[in-house]
Design a protein around this ligand. Structure first.
Ligand SMILES: Cc1cc2nc3c(=O)[nH]c(=O)nc-3n(C[C@H](O)[C@H](O)[C@H](O)COP(=O)(O)OP(=O)(O)OC[C@H]3O[C@@H](n4cnc5c(N)ncnc54)[C@H](O)[C@@H]3O)c2cc1C
Length: 320
């Protein structure tokens, strides 16, 4: 049943614990309800935002005068190595189901919070793996055309932290099919435990955050050869990476750290003292505190390296 609530405060539902009241909050458990819902949205002439687990979004503390649509379709069904998954399924639940069934690959993404739909939209990844590596089909609802259809991942322009869906808010992901690798349960489980151990002890993970704020900088995107060389040398010197010859991107966190901003604080928002690319909420941070830190990081990195940082976090401008 289509559930619509009014004046719901967003902050407690987000990973960074920021966001004022949303005028309308709709929960979708049945894709067919999207047709009814978008009829109402069109009549209201108010903006809308699709959400999954709210782990990569920054809403305005003053609120959002529009519709928040939570995709809550959570079914996971398995046919051999194929997993047919509702976009609202929690990514770690899918990984767990696959591991128990003797399938792996996707387990390298363990620890990324949020839903399958949110992960597909931003092509979420870690440990040299991204969600698009395992997709075989994506079902969407096009809110402009009022139509459901399937897409081949080849047509979804998956790149580092972006996809066809990043530039198209009218595409609602409702289901996806994954093709996973046969892998012994015990081996996958051991790898999962190792990944969790590494992330669990990071101090910034003990505070509310929205994960990485900026995208890393691909070396290919720096046309000036000399600048590329200086940057790479500086990174290798400071960070001493294990395989310097295989570096293809410079972490945004390194650029922010080298601009002297680790630990920088505006009111209750702080650039983590341990990780330049994470902004943590010390308790009562507002969206404007976070936005001011984002601007500061962009400005200082531009001054230090003449590089424009690009946000990975999705900022929802308030609509009043
Ligand atoms: C502690 C922490 C660690 C993190 N680590 C990583 C990491 O290692 N790698 C990584 O890539 N990310 C990481 N993230 C960021 C975030 O968890 C991922 O981007 C995640 O995939 C977002 O999923 P979500 O369901 O929370 O999406 P949301 O935050 O709800 O939404 C993100 C975007 O996706 C859109 N969206 C959501 N659902 C749908 C849908 N069904 N259809 C269409 N659009 C949709 C939203 O409109 C929004 O634009 C981390 C975040 C935190 C807080």
């Amino acid at each position: 049943m289509l559930e619509i609530k009014k004046n719901i405060t967003i902050a407690p539902h987000t990973s960074i614990k920021i966001g004022g009241p949303a005028l309308y909050f709709a929960k979708i458990t049945d894709p067919a309800d999207l047709i009814k819902l978008f009829k109402k949205i069109k009549t209201s002439r108010l903006p809308f935002v699709i959400i999954g687990g709210l782990s990569n979004l920054l809403f305005d503390s003053r609120g959002f005068k529009g519709w928040i649509i939570k995709i809550d379709i959570q079914e996971i069904t398995q046919k051999n190595n194929q997993f047919i998954v509702g976009a609202g399924a929690i990514l770690s639940n899918l990984i767990q189901a696959a591991t128990l069934g003797g399938y792996g690959g996707l387990h390298r993404l363990i620890g990324i919070p949020g839903t399958v739909g949110g992960a597909i939209r931003g092509n979420a990844g870690r440990n040299n793996t991204q969600i698009s590596d395992f997709l075989t089909s994506i079902r969407i609802f096009d809110a402009q055309k009022n139509k459901f259809f399937n897409l081949d991942p080849k047509d979804c322009r998956f790149q580092y932290r972006s996809s066809l869906f990043s530039g198209n808010p009218h595409h609602v992901i409702i289901q996806a099919v994954f093709s996973l690798e046969k892998k012994q349960k015990q081996i996958t489980q051991k790898e999962i435990e190792e990944i969790i151990k590494i992330t669990r002890d990071k101090p910034y993970n003990h505070y509310p955050s929205a994960g990485s704020i900026f995208k890393n900088i691909s070396l290919k995107s720096i046309p000036d050869k000399e600048k590329r060389k200086t940057l790479l040398q500086s990174f290798i010197q400071k960070q001493k990476p294990e395989k310097p010859q295989s570096i293809t991107a410079i972490p945004a966190g390194f650029l922010i750290e080298s601009a002297g901003l680790k630990g920088a604080q505006i009111n209750q928002a702080q650039i983590s003292p341990q990780h330049g690319n994470i902004i943590i909420n010390l308790g009562r941070a507002s969206s404007s505190d976070v936005l001011r830190l984002i601007e500061l990081a962009k400005e200082k990195v531009k001054q230090a390296w003449n590089i424009e940082l690009e946000e990975e976090i999705i900022i929802i401008k308030s609509a009043f």
